[in-house]
Design a protein around this ligand. Sequence first.
Ligand code: ATP
Length: 375
Amino acid sequence: MPSCSTKCGRTAILKRPKTGDVLCKDCFFEAFENEIHFTITKAKLFTPNSTVAIAASGGKDSTVLAYILKLLNEKYNYQLKLLLLSIDEGITGYRDDSLETVKKNQEDYDMSLKVLSYKDLYGWTMDEIVAAIGRKNNCTFCGVFRRQALDRGAHLLKVDYLATGHNADDIAETVLMNILRGDLARLSRCTSIITDSGDGIPRVKPLKYCYEKEIVMYAYFRKLVYFSTECVFAPNAYRGHARVLLKDLEKIDPSVIMNIIQSGESIKVNQTVNMPTLTNCTRCGYVSSQEICKACVLLEGLNKGLPKLGIGKSSKVKRLLEEHSLKEKSISKNNCSNSNKTCENTIIDKDFQCLCLGKKESVQIDQLPLDKLTI
Ligand SMILES: Nc1ncnc2c1ncn2[C@@H]1O[C@H](COP(=O)(O)OP(=O)(O)OP(=O)(O)O)[C@@H](O)[C@H]1O
């Protein structure tokens, strides 16, 4: 066995995927933690005496994030109050199990935990959404709803920052995806280590420069408890392609991950590119680049029995809504093909059958009982 390249005298047990250094366990811990401390201080991620909600899914990234933030906070006296925020998407056999891991982390790290569910926020679980829309495109709902749910949670908890476990691989993948899609507006902001969600609570990514492989190694050698099962629903197909491409390139040269991030950081978007103007959603009040935010459009589609409403371009949304209102006008009364005697709608059209079939109870976002959702 080779000796540790720091010349500490101990035997090396691993080769760092990011740098190629052969290190003993303790020197790896030190190097990995110091890099995150350097990232936090260089980017001035947190101001002292702030409260930070750690977006905790129970997976490796957010578990390592919670562990390291606690460790560095104590070691370098950042003077942060740390707590955990989890979103329960309502995915049986996946999130229910991973939330148990978060509860274990809560005890181990002695942090308070707030769990918000899609069911409470939107009236739908992901299981129900997938039953309505199928396995294609369900990641769009999950991603959009989770993003907003985390913002709502951060708001509710009155924190100063929301920290997520996005790592270097996630960011390099996103850069690749935005290049492949030609999405220059997103490309210009996807590498930012601090993003403003528009409601004044910045999102920060302390693991931005950490390789996924090293996060797994760190969790393994530190014996951290985390949940490692993939989501039971279909993975985001497009991101999947970018991921495979990145992993193939990483095998040839591990520095591609950092190179892609640095390229993304250095790209200057031409002034002629149309950048979205941020405004507030006229329904829920959250920041949006459209009059009605994506979460509200998706929710509207679900509640109207048009689950594909928010999938794709916004022009499609308009067309589908127009078609839907035309259909509603052409419906005939007192003809419920559902033969449900208790149905009040008793309306049908050729494609939709009785609209009572698509009727769902849901909480409107603008009527959320935010005051009741306290810690
Ligand atoms: N259900 C959730 N509740 C709270 N935070 C979440 C949730 N899902 C994802 N996040 C946050 O978003 C980050 C990126 O999420 P992503 O879905 O890419 O998971 P991941 O890369 O597998 O991360 P992790 O290993 O932490 O699950 C996570 O590290 C976490 O901070």
